[in-house]
Ligand binder design. Sequence first.
Ligand SMILES: [Ca+2]
Length: 240
Amino acid sequence: MMNISFKRLFFLLVSCIAANLQLYAQDKPILIFDTDFGGDADDLGALAMLNHFHNKDEMQLLGVMCWNLEKYAVSAIDAVNTHYGNPNIPIGRRLGEVHETPWNHSEVIAKDLVHDVTLKNVPDATELYRKLLSKSEDESVIVVAVGPLMNIKMLLDSEPDNYSKLSGRELVHRKVKEFVIMGGNFPMSENEWNFDGNMPGVTKYVLENLKLPITFSGAEVGASLKTGEVFNQLPKDSPL
Ligand SMILES: [Ca+2]
């Protein structure tokens, strides 16, 4: 009799743990980070935070898409991920002509910290988006975009391929559950970089074609948050 009770108790306990794990697994956000890394410090800070929460198992950083075609941008992103112990997070890049922007912080980070990928040997962002989304559960991925939206436009316009027979538009609406987009200035403004990006029509196209929940974070939010002093106290090998 005692034996049966113990078995029941054990079964109940395992069931509870399994149920909790399942609940936790469902709740854990799965993110793709789309960034114009290299100019302002906020993308660097955001990438560090994402690595931190990824390591705490509070979310999964599924991949990083680099909008910036600056020579060292992808290397610097990989260096940050590697610094936080995540050298294998896949990185995709926007196709286009590579340039050098000496005032970007990417070159310093890439030259000072360990990394093993560059702009030349990572896949096109559209291809990586399609690969990652096709392997994901339906309505499971959150795309966080903190730069201009060209990578999203290219994804929406993509054709069926080896990863999925769905069009880009179908794939996005099947696999993504939410977009979080940093851009604009609310209630209104002109020429905010992320929504302008010297790419007329891209933001309008993306927003008109996304039929999914979108959370916007305008430039006025960041402008009201003054921070940075604490970074002076960090060890010299920190990318921050
Ligand atoms: Ca940005």
